[in-house]
Design a protein. Structure first.
Length: 293
């Protein structure tokens, strides 16, 4: 196998605990590497695993795993583990995987999963929406759709997402989460190919020419899967189209790096909002690339 056969890669650094008496990665750990990469592959498909299986009425069970060892990884090696969906049968899905050190394939493997009833563990046909998601991803298609609209159009999904992230996860009082601005904001919700809402955000008119982005929330399984970036780009593009030349936001301090990568700069001191440390950040929309993707 070669690197150009894979669209998805999971990056890892070999840990000391994974080395055996021969000072190479113990052979059994490669199955863990591949299994971890498969979890990342589901995120790349924008399919949070547990919610997806519940929606489809089944689960994926490993039927067979084979590995071929070509060379050894050692402590502190940086590996890129590629995963791709190679074949979809009636009830089975074949994944091919390979661990690369730079361009060298060290270990290759195949994992056969069977879609089955989660209780009886009897096989079922792979659902058509799941089959189409695998095919679309491997064809290089986009797996996330961001929809912009009013609270009347998107409020049900946005409210559920914000409740899960802010009220349930971050323990922000519900009385602080909802305000009158929801009725007049432009809202954005990101959906996967199964129609499951993954994240949300909004922008409001803060001042002439200045839009304020806020209420950015992505469900936990989809973080670090580019969903937040897609939402942010869509909101900035919408704000720019409405005639604004600058956007600002109150970023939780643990999200400063995320906004910094999108070109936002800190424009004020750290302050507390809803019991969480925040900082004001701003970005000019005059750059022709602002809000693009």
């Amino acid at each position: 196998m070669t690197r150009n056969q894979f669209r998805f890669f999971d990056r890892l650094r070999v840990r000391w605990a994974e080395i055996d008496a021969q000072k190479i990665v113990f052979n059994g750990h490669y199955l863990m590497y591949f299994d971890t990469a498969v979890a990342g592959y589901w995120r790349a498909l924008a399919l949070p695993y547990e919610q997806t299986m519940q929606q489809l009425g089944g689960d994926m069970f490993v039927r067979k795993a084979t590995l071929e060892y070509l060379a050894s990884a050692v402590y502190d090696d940086v590996l890129h583990v590629g995963v791709r969906c190679t074949r979809i049968g009636n009830s089975s899905v074949l994944f091919s995987a390979a661990a690369f050190r730079q361009d060298q394939a060290l270990v290759t493997g195949e994992l056969v999963y069977v879609f089955a009833d989660p209780h009886s563990q009897t096989s079922k046909p792979v659902p058509q929406p799941l089959r189409e998601a695998f095919i679309a991803y491997e064809a290089g298609e986009d797996m996330v759709r961001v929809k912009l609209g009013s609270w009347a159009e998107l409020g049900a999904d946005a409210q559920a997402l914000r409740t899960e992230v802010f009220v349930t996860e971050q323990k922000i009082p519900a009385s602080l989460e909802w305000d009158e601005s929801d009725a007049t904001c432009v809202h954005a919700v990101a959906y996967n190919r199964l129609g499951l809402p993954l994240g949300t955000g909004r922008w409001l008119q803060q001042a002439p020419g200045v839009a304020k982005i806020g209420r950015m929330a992505v469900i936990a399984p989809m973080r670090s899967a580019a969903v937040g970036g897609r939402l942010l780009a869509a909101l900035m593009r919408s704000a720019k189209e409405a005639g604004n030349d600058r956007v600002m936001l109150h970023a939780q301090t643990n999200a400063m790096a995320f906004y910094g990568r999108a070109g936002f700069e800190v424009s004020g001191p750290v302050f507390e909002e809803a019991g969480i440390a925040h900082v004001e950040m701003t970005k000019s929309l005059c750059d022709p690339a602002a809000g693009s993707r």
